[in-house]
Ligand binder design. Structure first.
Ligand SMILES: Nc1nc2c(ncn2[C@@H]2O[C@H](COP(=O)(O)OP(=O)(O)OP(=O)(O)O)[C@@H](O)[C@H]2O)c(=O)[nH]1
Ligand SMILES: [Mg+2]
Length: 345
């Protein structure tokens, strides 16, 4: 399935049906009186978060959604039918913005959450409504009210508990593949991963969701490489797993490059709890591991874990370290802060 995390959609709710002017005319019924029914209500446009979706790709192909118009009222006191609602199904984690891309209208974070973003117009009253003791034959009916039209932007921010960051080729996808059932593309060239991918990880009978993200390079915040647009997906993560390729020249420098990008992105990414690990340990001699670990320790000011996705070394320790943070925030119910200021390009 193709991945798309931003979409612009035009929506319109249904107009209300018109009220009707009619009089009851029947043999032997002298003063039948007004009998024009009311118009039906126009359909709403709603957005619902559903299970089993993880992309907004559907909204690349269909970008216009119109709810049905309410039916007009009719004679014999017949009420017009209400217009059908339109429901846009989106993945959990979708935020709805105004057209400007800055004003947040809604943030759908649970399955089944639904918001109405355009209300249908009310139907007009038929002349039966206007009858009174002084006006027994009103020739008046209301037109239905118009629906709302607007353009909205949908922006998906995946809901993962932990996010993988690092330079391209650091072994992020390999780690995700090793610890979950996800099958990300893995290859020894940079930017193998072009969009985020999720995997469910199990450790000591606990479960959490880990997201693999495209690699970051120096200048990503200015658009170099794939830029930092996918970093938005880590905004909701509770913890980041930062992998540094042990076979690189200087693990400390590589660490700082990625940290620099996290800081440049802002929105609190740099303040999130972080687990740091030196990857590809199986390809290194013990001396090289010691040297790289020392450099890394100096840069990140804590002792990095050592990982080899090939041999499995260090995997469980990393997952436990991640779970310590994820489990804690889950218990205390601390919700990762969803940014309200993020803007679409
Ligand atoms: N020897 C060894 N090689 C590894 C290990 N982990 C990853 N690699 C290799 O490193 C290369 C890059 O791995 P990926 O998992 O695609 O790296 P990535 O960080 O996802 O890279 P991008 O998606 O491009 O950002 C692949 O050729 C992997 O086989 C490891 O633990 N040991
Ligand atoms: Mg990858």
């Amino acid at each position: 399935m193709k991945f798309l995390d931003e979409a612009k959609v035009y929506i319109a709710s249904g107009a209300g049906g018109n009220g009707c002017i009619a009089f009851r005319r029947e043999k032997f019924i002298e003063f039948g009186g007004p009998s024009g029914g009311d118009g039906g209500r126009g359909g709403d446009v709603e957005v619902e978060a559903v299970n089993g979706l993880n992309t907004l790709i559907d909204y690349r192909y269909q970008q216009h959604f119109k709810a049905e118009r309410g039916g007009n009222g009719m004679g014999k006191d017949m009420h017009g039918a209400n217009g059908k609602d339109v429901v846009l199904k989106v993945p959990v984690g979708t935020q709805i913005y105004e057209e400007d891309g800055e004003t947040l209208l809604a943030d759908l974070t649970h399955v089944g959450e639904r918001v109405t973003i355009a209300k249908g117009g009310n139907g007009g009253f038929g002349n039966a409504y206007f009858k009174s003791s002084t006006n027994r034959a009103p020739r008046k009916a209301n037109p239905g009210q118009p629906g709302e039209e607007r353009t909205i932007r949908l922006r998906l921010k995946l809901i993962a508990d932990a996010g993988l960051v690092g330079l391209p080729n650091a072994g992020k996808s390999t780690f995700l593949a090793a610890v979950s059932a996800a099958k990300p593309k893995i290859a020894d060239y940079p930017f193998t991963t072009l969009h985020p991918q999720l995997g469910v990880v199990r450790i000591d009978s606990n479960e959490f969701v880990l997201a693999d993200l495209p690699g970051l390079i120096e200048g990503a915040h200015e658009g170099v490489g794939l830029g930092d647009r996918f970093l938005g997906h880590t905004e909701r993560c509770r913890v980041l797993l930062h992998l540094i390729d042990g076979t690189g020249e200087d693990a400390g420098r590589d660490y700082k490059t990625v940290r620099g990008e996290l800081e440049a992105y802002g929105l609190g990414l740099a303040d999130k709890p972080e687990v740091v690990a030196l990857s590809k340990a199986d390809a290194l001699t013990p001396e090289a591991i010691a040297a790289q670990t020392a450099k890394l320790k100096k840069a990140c000011k804590k002792t990095p874990l050592v990982l080899s996705s090939a041999s499995g070394q260090g995997g469980p320790e990393i997952l436990r370290a991640l779970w310590t943070v994820v489990g804690e925030t889950r218990e205390t119910g601390v919700k990762p802060k969803a940014s309200e200021t993020a803007s679409l390009p």
